[in-house]
Ligand binder design. Structure first.
Ligand code: FNR
Length: 424
């Protein structure tokens, strides 16, 4: 119907409907560094390829004569009914691909009614993004900072911004080895686009200033210990960092030779993530928010089981789009075992490699309650802003609805592994 009508009435899509064509169009339009940042992955990008080929190992076996004239694609998640098992996953530094960044994504998400997960590395403070969404659902993603106070502040802001859940990303305690970013000089370029949640935070501002003052007070020269050989932040650097949210895309960010003074960047890098976190820290987090806690980046069934035992409210099976560990198990290959380990105690979400409505169907049939989109909507944003994001999401939802019906189902909870066969 949709397809015929589009042809008959000469509807021209704003962005290519074919994912590969969309990605190519984005590559054509975007600055090489912005494109490299979004497209790239860890190491040889084997995980990213594996995330896709994993889908090729599953086939759907359609059923016929089951009255599929009326279908319901909605699902419930943390007490809210969503139009489809689809969310927009957290993608940082979106302003790299479009000047309206997170705001354009938020408007598109709200128009379609799918939740947007605010990235901790967003280009726009969550309060501003939330304000663009009306009552539409939104979640917040957290990188566990070295500062307890900053974590508490971010959680409080998420609650005040109307977020329905907090997604704690565990696969990025350190940034992965990303050759494209290394070669293209990613850091000064992208960092400046991804620190708005920090520069808008009163705790972060105070921490930066305190650190700068402490470093400036240290002795110099021969008396100085190894720490003092590090470049040291000066007040201008601190102000630059704190003011970056407003300053970009000024020369600080664009000119690789005079990026943010290096010391201020180092300060940020030491704050944004805490590689020392362990299971023991989860209880602390649990006490500090009333929001459901969802752990993102879980791939091992034992970790999944432990997480549920520790009282978390949901999981996201994810390789972070192959951006963290090269030669990792593909997210889709990890999904069934995690689903079995969790045994319906909490919802299991999924991302990494979802490109179409048929992909959504396969992930859901393997036990995912919902999936998160990443690169597809980032490309839509890069090619056509808010309209582009909206079209990408509507295309995925439209194809999901059709495939649901064409395979003989009328509701999402009818999708089980029974619908799938493993390819020989
Ligand atoms: C991400 N992802 C991500 N995840 C997260 O928890 N916080 C973040 O800030 C980001 N930032 C980010 C930037 C870019 C450019 C990409 C492509 C991805 C990971 C994201 O949430 C999701 O796990 C992946 O995008 C899924 O892979 P695909 O399907 O997009 O390939």
């Amino acid at each position: 119907d949709v397809v015929y009508r589009a042809g008959v009435y000469g509807r021209h899509p704003r962005v290519p409907t074919v994912y590969r064509a969309l990605a190519r169009e984005a590559e054509r339009r975007l600055d090489a560094r912005a494109h490299g940042y979004v497209a790239g992955g860890a190491g040889d990008e084997a995980t990213q390829r594996a995330d896709r080929t994993a889908f090729d190992r599953w086939s759907v076996v359609p059923r016929v004569l089951r009255d599929v004239s009326r279908r319901d694609t909605s699902v419930e998640l943390f007490g809210r009914r969503l139009p489809a098992p689809v969310l927009l996953g957290p993608v940082g530094a979106l302003e790299l691909v479009h000047p309206e960044g997170d705001l354009a994504v938020a408007r598109a998400a709200a128009a379609v009614g799918v939740p947007m997960v605010f990235s901790n590395q967003a280009s726009v403070p969550m309060e501003t993004t939330a304000a663009a969404m009306g009552d539409s659902p939104r979640w917040m993603q957290l990188y566990w900072s070295t500062s307890d106070e900053l974590v508490e502040s971010l959680l409080g802001r998420a609650e005040a911004s109307g977020c329905d859940a907090v997604v704690v990303t565990l696969d990025t305690t350190m940034l992965g080895w990303r050759p494209r970013d290394l070669d293209l000089g990613h850091l000064p370029f992208a960092l400046g686009k991804g620190i708005a949640q920090y520069t808008s935070d009163p705790v972060f501002r105070r921490l930066v200033e305190e650190r700068a003052a402490a470093t400036a007070a240290r002795p110099t020269g021969a008396a100085a210990g190894p720490v003092d050989r590090q470049p040291r932040p000066n007040l201008a650097a601190v102000r630059a960092l704190v003011g970056m949210a407003r300053a970009w895309p000024g020369p600080l960010v664009e000119n690789l030779r005079s990026p943010l003074p290096r010391a201020a960047v180092e300060t940020f890098l030491s704050i944004y993530s805490r590689p020392s976190i362990t299971w023991a820290d989860l209880a602390w987090l649990r006490e500090r928010t009333r929001l459901p806690i969802v752990l993102k980046g879980v791939l091992h069934p034992d970790d999944a089981r432990r997480a549920v035992d520790e009282g978390v409210d949901g999981l996201v099976v994810s390789t972070h789009g192959g951006r963290q560990v090269d030669r990792s198990i593909a997210a889709l290959d990890a999904l069934p075992d995690v689903v079995d380990a969790v045994a319906d105690r909490v919802p299991v979400l999924f991302d990494s490699g979802v490109r179409s409505g048929a992909d959504v169907l396969v992930a859901v049939a393997l036990g995912a309650r919902a999936v998160l989109l990443g690169r597809p909507y980032a490309w839509g944003l890069g090619v056509a802003g808010e309209d582009g994001v909206r079209q990408v999401v509507e295309d995925v939802l439209g194809e999901f609805d059709l495939t649901l019906g064409l395979t003989g189902h009328t509701a999402v909870d009818q999708l089980t592994r029974e619908a799938l066969r493993r390819r020989p």
